[in-house]
Structures are given as C-alpha cells and as structure tokens.
Design a protein around this ligand. Sequence first.
Ligand SMILES: *Cc1c(COP(=O)(O)O)cnc(C)c1O
Length: 463
Amino acid sequence: MRETLSQFNQLVEDLLLDEKENPVSEPIPAQDLYERIDLSLQDEPLDKESFYPILKELVLSAPKTATRAFFNQLFGGRNEKAVLGELLSVMLNNSMYTYKAAGVMIGVEKTIIRSVLDMIGWGEQANGTFAAGGSMTNFMSMLMARDAVGSNVTTKGVREKMTVYTSTESHYSIPKNATFSGIGREQVRYIPTNELGQMEPDLLSEEIQKDLKNGYLPVMVNATAGTTVLGAFDPISDLSVICKEYNIWLHVDGAYCGSVLFSKNYRHLIEGIEAVDSFSINAHKMLGTPLSSSMIFVKNKKHLYESFSNDANYLYQTDHDELNLGKISLQCGRRNDALKFWTLWKQIGTSGLEKMVDKQFELADVARTYIAQNDDYTLYSFEDSVGICFNYKDFPAKDICTLLYEKATLMVGYGHFRQDEFIRLVTINAQNEKEDIVNFFRTLESFVEKHKEELLAMALPEQ
Ligand SMILES: *Cc1c(COP(=O)(O)O)cnc(C)c1O
C-alpha cells in the first residue's frame, strides 16, 4: 500500500505540474484513441515498469477540469478540503446502507442532511439522502410523487394515465425518468417559459386543467432552480400555489443552482422553497465538491420510506431504522458521498460556502460587464445567473467552441434558447479570480483573430 501511495503522490505531482504548463489537454481524436494509448487488457500481468508509463500517459491525457481554462460544464476547480474527504472515502470504502457497515459515517451524512433541512426551515418531519447524481435525485422525487397519489403503484404497477410538468428549459433527466418510472415520456408536459427562461405559471395551470378534463392524473410539477443553459429560476412560490390547488407534488431541481440556499444575497432566487415537497442540490456543482455529491430533501419523510423501503412501514421504525440509510436509498451498496462535503463544510464553515456561492455570481457580473462594454459581443443572459451566454462577432458559437477545444486553448460549450445559439461561459469555479474571467475573453479574442480564416471556412456551407 505504501508503495502505491507514493506512486499516487508522484502521479499527482506530475499532474499538478502538467496542469500549470498545459491547462487544456491536447484532445485525442476519438478515432485515434486506441492507437495512441495502450488501453488493451491482456491475459498476462504487466510489471510495474511497463505499467507506470501507461498510467501516467492516461492521467496526463485526460481532459483537465480543475484548471482556469475549464468553463465547459457545471462544475470545475479542485477544492483540496473536499478532495481530502473523497480520498478518505475511497480508503475506508464504507457502504452507507447500514449503521453496522458505515458507523460514524452515517452520522456525517445525517448531520449534513439535518443542517440543510434546518436552512430550508423544515422540522423533524423532514429528511433527505444522498444519491448518485442530480438525475437520480430527480428520479427519486418522481417516484415519490408517483407513489404519493395513492393508487398503489408500488404493489399494482402503474394503472392510470399519469402526467408530469416541467419547463421547456428543464434538464433532460425529467423525460428520461418518466420512462424509468412507468409514467412514459409522452406524458411529460413541457410548459413554455418567459423571455428569461422561467416557467409560465398560467400556462402550467391551463395544461393541468386540460389534462384533468381528458382523464389524466397529474402527479408532479418539476421546477428548476438554475436551468442548464440560461441558469434561470422558476417562480417557486407561484408554482406551489398551483400545486396546492390541484394537490400535485412540487419538486425543485436545484442540481445546478439550488445551493443559493447558502447565500443571504441570493437565497431570494428560491423564495418559497419551504413550501415544496422535495428539493435537490448537487454539492458537486456550486459547492465545489468532487463528483458526485447529490442530495435530495423531502418535507415529509414518510415518502422516502414508502417509496424506497421494501419492508419497513415508516410508522413502525425503530431507532435503528433511522440509522440504516438503505431504507431510504435508491441503491443497495452506496458510496460515501457525504464525507467530502463534510470535510469542506467543517473547515470553511457555512459562511465559507456562502462566500463560494457569492463569488460565482460576482465572477458572472464581471463577465456580463465585460460583454456589455464591448460591441463585438452580444449578450443573451441576464442578472442572477452564473451561466453567461454570448456571441462574439458573427462567428457561430459552435465553431468557436470546437476550434478552441481542438487547439487545446479553452474548454467552453455552447447552448441555445429559442432561436439563438450562443457560447455559454459558466463561472461555477469559485477558485477563479476576476482576472481569470477577463483572461478568458482576451484569450478568446486573440484566438479568433489568429484563426479567423479557419473559422470563416468552417462557417461555409458544406459542398
Ligand atoms: C446537472 C443537472 C442535473 C443532473 O445532475 P447530474 O448530477 O449530472 O446527474 C439535473 N438538473 C439540472 C438542472 C442540472 O443542471
């Protein structure tokens, strides 16, 4: 083990050095992948001397997500305080299903869940759990919503025509989960948004009424706190009034930006959160924790037991059941995704998490201001979002992003809203500074200048 650890340390040293020199890994064209690196598996064992160089090449070739040139997705950076917990989780290899197998780690998870529930303003009736990602916490919410309507789905199967409602800008896990849950993709109703990308409550009401008239059973409304492209926040309070009226489960998908809960300045973006039925957050997005660390919080914990416990009736729990988290999990064996968030939270405090969230909005302001002051840019996004959508000169967003990637210059993606396609810069890495954001634009500008001809050629219609 010691030898392996020293090998690990050496690899990490090499990686950190390489990240400084090459913040973007040279992409390996997919068609060359198996020729460039020896990934093959053989019958015979491989000695250390032969293995180590292959491993090193593999590590240094992987896309770099922790550097100041990665703006591609809704995560980034590398917070060492959280990494410490993650490395220890791997060493300890506890499985979170029982107190017997995870012991004190159950306390770690429950402390985090309880602390967030307190922040939401939910009492002893509430509970929550970790799952493998935001798609899975959304899945859990859909299952609980489906089971809560009281048509014995868990025993009889789906017998009614159920519907779920989500905005046109919401995450694709919603229709995917509709297939898993037996509700069916065709029963997902996409509610249009306003020009800011927020769900229109009146249109939701109309859609629900139409479905009721046609004999459907509406089971869930999914509101998004931070839509994937624009970073828009659906109006939770307005939606919860409608859900109360029709007795429909309201879930808030806060995978991207639900962590505004931690900020006094931005919590208003999820105003009304205490009135919803379930709420999910990805600590691996705004809260700088390594992938993955996703939580779901449920106002009435009986739903967690009713949907995810195969035997226990929540009414007859022993104290022990409270500690056997397998009774409220989607999975059986479950890795410890709580410890890394705990090592971070414990060390920087709730105020540190708040600063982290605020910093991301601050960096977003820097980006929007830069764009607004420069005529070569067109801005598509609005305040209170950490996703900054823009175009530069008249070059298609897709071409700029692709070429930046191919030339190992910057990792940034593109997205669309209505008829517009644009570059989406995500300021989710709180380890970045203002200069890093300005530097992003400067790099992009000189890059476009240098590769103008190529970009023009890319934009030509294919012959
Ligand atoms: C990222 C994201 C998800 C999915 O989370 P994963 O952890 O990647 O599965 C769901 N909803 C929204 C709004 C997201 O941004």
